[in-house]
Design a protein around this ligand. Structure first.
Ligand code: ZN
Ligand code: ZN
Length: 371
């Protein structure tokens, strides 16, 4: 099969021929239709988050099941599925406690070592050398993942654009529904309206938020956020966004602020935009070791809640997101702003790195060059 392999830190994404992978016990093999182009892949690519090379990135995808390993029951060959970047093992203490988004095996084996849960990779290059897997390594024509990462795709949804359910929207659902508990009538702000931020706008609206304030430096992204349901937009390059948000809300602030950037300045701004008793939910990933500040007395006196959120439980979040998309509360087609082909992965990531992707780019594995 063909796959986009990165051989060294900041090296090119080069399409290579790898051996066809197979699924082991508890895993599925999927023919990949499309894979989302996500910022987190860039952190691996540039080495700001440690990960072994050579590797295949790509951690949110859609496709058709080719093969299931022993013990897999909830999906079958021929079925269309979406795969989430969090791949629960189903057996560790946290999975058994219902906290599969914190799966110990996922973090220890996949995120640190680039393997699945028997401690080996499913990918080997033309010389038989191992190639490491970031999540299911979906920037390839085929991929293998633990079955609990995948859910059958709702018949009403399109195969290609549904690829983005597995990271941006999964992350938004975990943050807005599970961690923040956004309820009908809530007021929220979203700092950073890229892939995850624009998904947060949609999921918060889908959960009934009455007011969703998008904050970004980029006018095109703010306009896109409004099209996806943001009720207000703040251009953070035009003055202090905290003061502007206070003005918009008659001084009160909002119930929940989502920080989807991962920078110290916006981390602090998120805590300053909260209403009394409100929550700042941190979703943006920062380079290892980066620290954020919060004003202590404000945190204490205003009873702010400072929460971290990472991903969501795939078996709960994927069906919930599909229901939102099927009844039109989430618009997948409007979120996916670019379609690329496998041979153009390097350019797709370059565009993301330069901040040129408004919304979400996906790579279609069988997209023809002429299209
Ligand atoms: Zn991602
Ligand atoms: Zn687990």
């Amino acid at each position: 099969m063909r796959a986009a392999v990165v051989r060294e830190r900041s090296g090119p994404f080069r399409v290579e021929e790898l051996a066809d992978p197979t699924a082991k016990e508890g895993e599925i093999l999927v023919q990949v239709a499309a894979t989302g182009v996500c910022h987190t892949d860039l952190h691996i690519h540039d080495g700001s988050v440690a990960f072994p090379f050579p590797c295949v990135l790509g951690h949110e995808m859609s496709g058709t099941v080719l093969e299931v390993g022993a013990g897999v029951e909830h999906v079958r060959p021929g079925q269309r599925v979406v795969g989430a970047f969090i791949m629960p093992c189903g057996r560790c203490a946290l999975c058994r406690a219902g906290r599969s988004e914190l799966c110990e095996e996922f973090f220890a084996k996949n995120r640190l070592s680039g393997t699945l849960y028997d401690g080996t990779t499913r990918l080997f290059d033309a010389d038989g050398e191992p190639v490491w897997m970031y999540s299911m390594a979906a920037m390839a024509e085929r991929c293998v993942m633990p079955a609990l990462a995948a859910a059958p795709l709702d018949d009403r949804l399109p195969l290609v654009d549904s690829a983005i359910l597995g990271c941006a929207l999964l992350t938004a659902y975990g943050a807005a529904h599970t961690v923040a508990g956004v309820a009908p009538g809530a007021t929220v702000a979203v700092l950073g309206t890229g892939g995850v931020g624009s998904s947060l706008v949609q999921v918060c609206r889908a959960l009934g938020a009455e007011r969703v304030v998008a904050v970004d430096l980029d006018d095109a992204k703010l306009a896109a956020a409004r099209r996806l349901g943001a009720t207000d937009g703040i251009d953070a390059s035009a003055g202090d966004p905290v003061a502007r948000l206070r003005e918009l809300t008659d001084g009160a602030g909002v119930d929940v602020v989502f920080e989807a950037i991962g920078r110290p300045q916006t981390f602090r701004q998120a805590t300053e935009m909260c209403a009394d008793g409100g929550a700042a939910v941190m979703v943006g990933i920062a380079p290892t070791g980066m620290v954020g500040e919060v004003e202590i007395t404000r945190l204490v006196r205003r009873k702010l809640r400072l929460l971290g959120s990472f991903g969501a439980r795939p078996q709960e979040a994927l069906p919930a997101l599909m229901a939102m998309a099927a009844d039109g509360r989430i618009d997948l087609a409007a979120t996916v702003s670019e379609h690329h082909r496998l041979d153009d992965v390097d350019e797709a990531f370059a565009r993301l790195r330069r901040g040129e992707v408004v919304g979400r780019a996906v790579v279609e594995m069988d997209r023809a060059a002429a299209r």
